[in-house]
Design a protein around this ligand. Sequence first.
Ligand SMILES: NC(=O)c1ccc[n+]([C@@H]2O[C@H](COP(=O)([O-])OP(=O)(O)OC[C@H]3O[C@@H](n4cnc5c(N)ncnc54)[C@H](O)[C@@H]3O)[C@@H](O)[C@H]2O)c1
Length: 396
Amino acid sequence: MSAQKVEKAAVIGSGAMGHGIAELLAMNGIQVTMVDINDEILQKAKEKIKWSLDKFAEKRRIRPEDATTTMARIGTTTSYEQATKDIDIAIEALPETMDLKRKIFTHLDSLAPAKAILASNTSALSITEMGNATKRPEKVAGMHFFNPPHSMQLVEVIKGEKTTDETANAVTELSKRLGKTPILVKKDVRGFVVNRILGATFNEAFWAFYRKEATKEEIDASVKYTGGFPMGWFELADFVGLDIAADVGRILYEAYGERFRPCDDIITPLLQAHNLGQKTGVGFYDWTKGRPRVPFNLLDTYDTDRSWAVAVNEAAWLIHDDAASPADIDTGMKLGTYWPSGPCEYADRTGLDAMLNKLKELHAKFNMKMYKPCPILEDYVNKGWTGKKSGRGFYQ
Ligand SMILES: NC(=O)c1ccc[n+]([C@@H]2O[C@H](COP(=O)([O-])OP(=O)(O)OC[C@H]3O[C@@H](n4cnc5c(N)ncnc54)[C@H](O)[C@@H]3O)[C@@H](O)[C@H]2O)c1
């Protein structure tokens, strides 16, 4: 199936992500049917799409008549039979539970035409497992959009163990047709690229805070004002939702062990108090009066190269595992989280030797696996591949 041939799609689940994905598909000329558990939810999803399209028209990003034709391309149903009729692709955006996703993938497989690709928008679960719940695992792939799908530029395209290149290419091409920049995650690794690297930087900051090396304001001010990141790590964790961040953290810990040991002592009490961040009004910060103020004068109280060092180390592990290329890792971090630079570019500029030394220093001091240098980082530096200054680092 080529992307141009995608004429009809089903979006499974019309929640925060599902309705946004349906809107994006319809804006790009694709007939979409959203499926959910009842009509009331589907009606709300349609209203949200209409509101969003009206906003686009108001801002003159689309013409008013485009809003009307886009809406006309979106159908809703609670019937899987109806939704999957003649589709070229189904994109699943159900709650992040493997049992549910597996059940629905089996069901979709029994109903959708043989040509159809079954894609999942999962943030962290195994594409291989979803594929194995069907008789067409070669046609099952990850298509991980970022929130909100219409404005975030990145899509992670994930290959499960049995996903063919043809399927991955079709999802990549479809992402481009939707105006997105896809990156290829060649192996079905947990956290894919963006959440895995972000998870590592969160953990470094949370442990530093736990050890009372710096306050959350000090870390966030340094990360924002000195590091040039769009948000501090505590601010960002609150923004994402501490329950979601903790779930991803747990999945990473289960997959990679000690390297991703979560800092439960600071997260668990917040979860128990249902202080989940911006959405509940309180998390690390109080959001009830708007976005927290991160004091500018604390801008050099935490060494942001610590964040970079663990990010570079995790990028090295992704390359070591043959899960993604340096260019895709860098694109992912810049477009998925608005980092000022990708970790591989940053290491090449700063020196892989400097990053390696930082990791060794932290490892010697704290004896935590998160700082233990990835073998390829040591190998590159031993070969003299220290980055721009030597003509070769992650890039040539
Ligand atoms: N929210 C984000 O920022 C974000 C970003 C990227 C990826 N994701 C992933 O996208 C997926 C969906 O997340 P979300 O935030 O949109 O969740 P959500 O809870 O907002 O939406 C899930 C929807 O699925 C519906 N649903 C539940 N059971 C169903 C069933 N059996 N059949 C049909 N519909 C059913 C629910 O009614 C709900 O409308 C998850 O896998 C999540 O990890 C979320």
